[in-house]
Design a protein around this ligand. Structure first.
Ligand code: SF4
Length: 361
């Protein structure tokens, strides 16, 4: 993507550099890396991407497409990559679509990136097929020629809603089937679009994936919990909790912990990257975090049941991490399967008033 093509795409040099600067910042790279990113993106051939959609709701794609300023992510991203096949977005249908997939695989075999949204049903190959091919067979066949696989969203990362108890289709995440390629998980229901876009830009710049945590999530976006960056954190520290969605505390923006917020156990960038071009996030809009980027969040009990006192305090001190680390057990949910990676990096959200009474409405 050279300056000429940028201009023809309606993207100014200023916008492009802003995109590079924002991406470097999102990835926690030093400013000195910005020229390298800009140079790499300008000189690199457009990266071939094949996007497969399996058991999903299309929100992952919608999320990316609904991204806009300040980084003009969608606009720029689709000039950095060649989206050679996308189940949902492509105009082709029927045999033409399958020919397009075969052609995309053949043209860039060994060089393309595969992005997957949705889980794979392995209970029966007939539960989900495309052109008569089971999701599992299609994934394995296409992934053979991939440099890396990006699981977009919670379904592809951990199984998501299809994987929830009793998991009638035997849904599994991508990482359970792809063992011989680099896999990165960008969970979220849907994922924060800036995270996915930045992972792609990182790959285009450095030809490798960013550092991952033990759940294969990119650390720049999943290294901190939502609670630590929450706009309501000072209310939490002052023990000012909303007790209903329409009480005085809720209207004044108090902490949503008592209304079921899972922010202390959820690792994602919602509070920093936000949504709709950085305008807001679910918690800022008045609803507690559901924990949608953690494994098995659907089975972790009620979205509106408050975390046990000991659990969110414990996490403030960095003892354990993630909803899979036992929230299901403590909340009477079905999860509690130990998927959470214990020994978290969380550094606490402040200890003021820890022993005081909760502020009530
Ligand atoms: S519990 Fe939820 S609403 Fe309260 S400070 Fe933490 S993340 Fe924000």
């Amino acid at each position: 993507m050279n300056t000429h093509s940028l201009h023809h795409s309606g993207i100014s040099r200023r916008e492009f550099l802003k995109f590079c600067t924002t991406t470097a910042s999102l990835l926690a790279l030093p400013p000195s890396m910005i020229p390298q990113i800009a140079q790499a993106l300008q000189n690199a051939p457009r990266q071939s991407v094949i996007w497969l959609s399996f058991q999903e709701c299309t929100a992952c794609t919608e999320s990316l497409l609904r991204t806009y300023t300040p980084a003009t992510v969608d606009k720029l991203l689709f000039h950095l990559i060649s989206l050679d096949y996308h189940h949902t977005l492509q105009a082709a249908a029927g045999h033409a679509a399958e020919q397009a997939l075969a052609a995309a695989v053949k043209a860039n075999y060994g060089k393309y990136l595969v992005i997957v949204d949705g889980s794979i049903p392995v209970g029966n190959p007939g539960y989900s097929t495309i052109a008569g091919i089971s999701n599992k067979d299609m994934l394995l066949e296409v992934a053979k020629g991939a440099k890396a696989v990006i699981a977009s969203g919670t379904c592809a990362s951990y199984g998501g809603l299809p994987h929830a108890h009793p998991n009638p289709t035997g849904a599994v995440p991508i990482q359970e089937l792809i063992r011989d390629k680099p896999v990165v998980n960008v969970p979220g229901c849907p994922p924060v679009p800036g995270s996915l876009a930045s992972v792609i830009v990182y790959y285009l710049t450095f030809q490798k994936l960013p550092h991952l945590d033990s759940l294969k999530r990119p650390l720049p976006f999943f290294g901190q919990n939502i609670h630590n960056h929450c706009a309501r954190l000072h209310f939490y520290e002052d023990k000012k909790f909303a007790k209903s969605f329409d009480d005085r505390g809720a209207k004044q923006g108090w902490c949503l912990l008592k209304l079921g917020c899972k922010g202390p156990l959820t690792y994602n960038a919602c509070a920093t990257l936000k949504w709709n071009g950085g305008v807001s996030s679910p918690i800022e809009a008045g609803h507690g975090c559901l924990g949608c980027s953690e494994p098995d969040f659907w089975d972790a009990g009620s979205f509106y049941k408050a975390l046990p006192e000991g659990l969110h305090h414990r996490h403030r001190h960095g003892e354990g991490r993630g909803m899979g680390n036992g929230m299901g057990n403590r909340m009477g949910g079905r999860m509690g399967n130990g998927m959470g990676p214990g020994g978290g990096r969380m550094n606490g959200g402040g200890n003021r008033h820890r022993h005081g009474r909760d502020q009530e409405e």
